[in-house]
Design a protein around this ligand. Structure first.
Ligand SMILES: Nc1ncnc2c1ncn2[C@@H]1O[C@H](COP(=O)(O)OP(=O)(O)O)[C@@H](O)[C@H]1O
Ligand SMILES: [Mg+2]
Length: 362
């Protein structure tokens, strides 16, 4: 009899990117008997727990060759050029990522789906910018359409005289100009949609940013009406995108309503608390969704996450707090860089206050 080589039935998932999101996806894969391989650069932090292959994510051929050896691929960043994503067995699909990586398409998509946003106009020239300021008023925010994160690629305009300097500071790149919203809170909704269409939602999270960088996520943002509204919006977005995986949508809460700010076609910083706070983390549910599995329960308890920006606090200091979960991404310290996070049960109020001070979250 001919012996047929036994096929390895473990699904192999390729992640485009090898930063902390890939690291936490790889950690979650252990529970699912999946293999995770990352495309990144030598020394990227996911290498601590998974294989990282040296792949230039701007090189379509290199990415296609990487994807060849995988059952399917996913992304840890929306900023991979749409051309590079074409033709891959990709979850979520390239169309969804293409919208989420371009602020003008994204904002128009929200509006098309009946989801309100801040007022905005497209800006392709200094003339457009002056016209936009007249239309939207001041203050306003000029944002590059592509590649913005942690408040980068954004300038606030208080006077129309600032237009020329603002236009120069974004490198005259295609932009949108947005009205500044005097929000009561910033919240995000994270959902997972399976290949079958089954969808689960996490509770709304309240997010606090300083200098454009997320500092604190506190779950749940308890508001039954807004939770329902956000879930209704999310359901429409997911269906229209034919989406599979985790999608995060950031909203402003203003006058009791939700205005969508942006969406991330991937696991999201405001969902890191789900590792300890939920029956199934966002990382596990993303892997479940894209690999064709059923989704896990999103039952959650009140939880707070604090980001460590720039550097990690010494281990001896965090170890003194038994209710604190320390996540050190193993990244080199650098100002403004997300290098780790701390998670607490919301009941640990004294510890949370202490660490908000130490991490200068406010
Ligand atoms: N139109 C706006 N009105 C008020 N605040 C804003 C507005 N746009 C952005 N911000 C503030 O800046 C933060 C970062 O902006 P965002 O558009 O989410 O870009 P990114 O997260 O990609 O850097 C937001 O979370 C919010 O705190
Ligand atoms: Mg944002």
């Amino acid at each position: 009899m001919i012996q047929v080589g036994k096929k390895n039935s473990r699904q192999r998932i390729g992640i485009l990117g090898a930063g902390q999101l890939a690291l936490m996806l790889a950690q979650a894969s252990a529970a699912l008997d999946l293999e995770v391989v990352c495309a990144g650069r030598p020394g990227d932090c996911a290498g601590q727990v998974a294989e990282v292959r040296n792949v230039d994510l701007n090189d379509a051929e290199a990415v296609a060759a990487f994807a060849q050896g995988m059952d399917l691929v996913t992304v840890e960043s929306e900023n991979i050029h749409a051309d590079v994503l074409q033709g891959l067995n990709l979850y979520p699909n390239a169309g969804a990522i293409g919208i989420a990586q371009e602020r003008l398409l994204e904002k128009r998509f929200f509006r098309d789906c009946g989801v309100a946003t801040a007022p905005f106009v497209a800006v392709d020239s200094l003339i457009d910018l002056h016209q936009g300021i007249r239309e939207i008023g001041r203050p306003a925010i000029l944002k590059t359409r592509r590649l913005g994160y942690d408040g980068k690629g954004q300038v606030r305009l208080h006077q129309s005289e600032e237009a020329a300097a603002a236009w120069a500071s974004v490198g005259e790149a295609p932009c949108i100009l947005e009205g500044v919203i005097g929000f009561d809170a910033e919240v995000s909704l994270i959902a997972a949609r399976a290949r079958s269409g089954e969808t689960v939602f996490y509770p709304l999270v309240e997010n606090y940013h300083r200098e454009g960088i997320l500092r604190v996520s506190s779950a749940p943002f308890l508001h039954e009406d807004l939770q329902q509204k956000a879930e209704r919006h999310m359901t429409i977005l997911l269906k229209r995108l034919n989406y599979v995986g985790i999608l995060a949508v950031e909203f402003f809460v203003a006058n009791g309503n939700l205005l969508a700010n942006e969406m991330a076609p991937r696991v999201h910083n405001s969902g890191h608390w789900t590792i300890e706070g939920s029956a199934t983390s966002q990382f596990e549910n993303h892997l479940r969704a894209i690999s064709g599995r059923e989704l896990g329960s999103t039952e959650s308890r009140p939880t707070v996450m604090l980001n460590c920006i720039g550097s990690m606090p010494p281990e001896a200091e965090t170890a003194a707090f038994p209710g604190l979960f320390r996540h050190d991404y193993g990244k080199e310290a650098r100002p403004g860089r997300k290098v780790g996070h701390l998670t607490f049960a919301a009941a640990e109020q004294a510890a949370i206050m202490e660490w908000e001070q130490r991490l200068q979250t406010r």
